[in-house]
Design a protein around this ligand. Structure first.
Ligand code: EAX
Length: 336
């Protein structure tokens, strides 16, 4: 009986492996062999839900890149971590097993420490100022640090201002998170910030968070409002406190060798489409931050305003632990 069951499981695994292999063969490299008459497929992976702000932006990118390339390129969007968690996605693009990805800044310091700039608490409080730095020389320098990993990073999109959620009493003051088990992204500065506040920081991939909250493995988490809404976090968390303690950009990336294999015209189409989609996605993200407070209240969440200065002061010591690892001119550009 047991043996029969094991055989069935083994067969199922084999079938799913064959399935994966097939899916991968639709990728860019495989299509190269078919000549230019057939559209080359760019699969883009994201952890976001189908109606999340990344996916909406990627839909704009898809439409534009297909138009600008005269349909020589086809974009396929894989939402909800179907191609893996953010760390897997970035690794996949580096290795060329996935053509493209969008990843929040969370796992990027594992690939290039320069990205830590954006992870410092409250380093960004004004998104327009942040866009200037990210789109200017400094941002481009930081994106280029992914090149040795085989990644061409195209631009900074927006994940957004992160706010803390929980289900016990609403969090108002920094000391309220003491003793709480808070899920953070797999990011050294994020982990240290919550540790510093006296919480048990629990780094975890995004796809595991909903269940962990539901089962009480963690008490809270932090994310932009759009994620609370589109990933149904309001179903398992009662309160959101508008701390805005981190601003998280999101990087759109493509495998470097794959990008280089395209004609200059197609490369131009990809770059132009990414640029325009980025602007669209940022505007969309910004508009959601305004509208979603009421939406989440309607979902039954208690939305709590906090004293930002009090929170900033509480996390300042975190800077001392990391500033020697971050280019001082970069910090200046964001803070001055
Ligand atoms: O990129 O892991 C996270 O909390 C991210 O904000 C989310 O997956 C969107």
């Amino acid at each position: 009986m047991k043996k029969g069951f094991a055989l069935v499981i083994a067969l199922m695994m084999l079938i799913s492996l064959i399935g994966c292999g097939k899916q991968q063969s639709t990728g860019g490299d495989a299509n190269q062999a078919n000549g230019d008459s057939k559209a080359r497929v760019l699969r883009i992976g994201t952890t976001a839900a189908p109606d999340g702000h990344y996916v909406r932006g990627l839909e704009v990118f898809k439409e534009k890149v297909e138009e600008y390339s005269n349909n020589q390129v086809e974009v396929q969007i894989f939402h909800s971590s179907q191609l893996g968690n953010e760390r897997d996605l970035v690794e996949g693009v580096a290795l060329g097993t996935i053509e493209m990805a969008i990843s929040s800044s969370g796992p990027l310091p594992n690939f290039s420490s320069d990205f830590m700039l954006f992870d410092l608490p409250f380093i960004i409080t004004d998104r327009d100022k942040a866009y200037d730095v990210m789109d200017g020389a400094i941002g481009q320098e930081i994106l280029a640090t992914l090149e040795p990993s085989g990644i061409k990073a195209l631009g900074f999109w927006e994940n957004g201002f992160r706010h803390i959620t929980n289900s016990a009493e609403p969090i108002v003051h920094p000391e309220d998170v003491r003793g709480m088990k808070v899920r953070t992204m797999e990011n050294p500065i994020h982990i240290e910030t919550f540790r510093h506040l006296g919480a048990t920081a629990t780094p975890m991939a995004w796809s595991e968070v909903f269940t962990a909250l539901q089962q009480g493995v963690i008490d809270g988490q932090e994310n932009p409002l759009v994620i609370l809404e589109t990933a149904n976090v309001y179903e398992v968390q009662k309160n959101v406190s508008l701390t805005g303690h981190f601003y998280s950009p999101a990087v759109v990336m493509i495998n470097q060798d794959l990008f280089n294999s395209f004609s200059p015209e197609i490369q131009e189409a990809i770059l132009k489409a990414e640029n325009e989609a980025r602007d669209w996605q940022r505007d969309y993200s910004r508009s959601l931050d305004e509208s979603l407070i009421e939406t989440l209240r309607g979902r039954g969440m208690v939305v709590t305003e906090v004293d930002s200065a009090e929170w900033q002061q509480a996390v300042m010591p975190v800077y001392d632990k990391f500033t020697d690892q971050i280019n001082a001119d970069y910090i200046k550009a964001l803070t001055e």
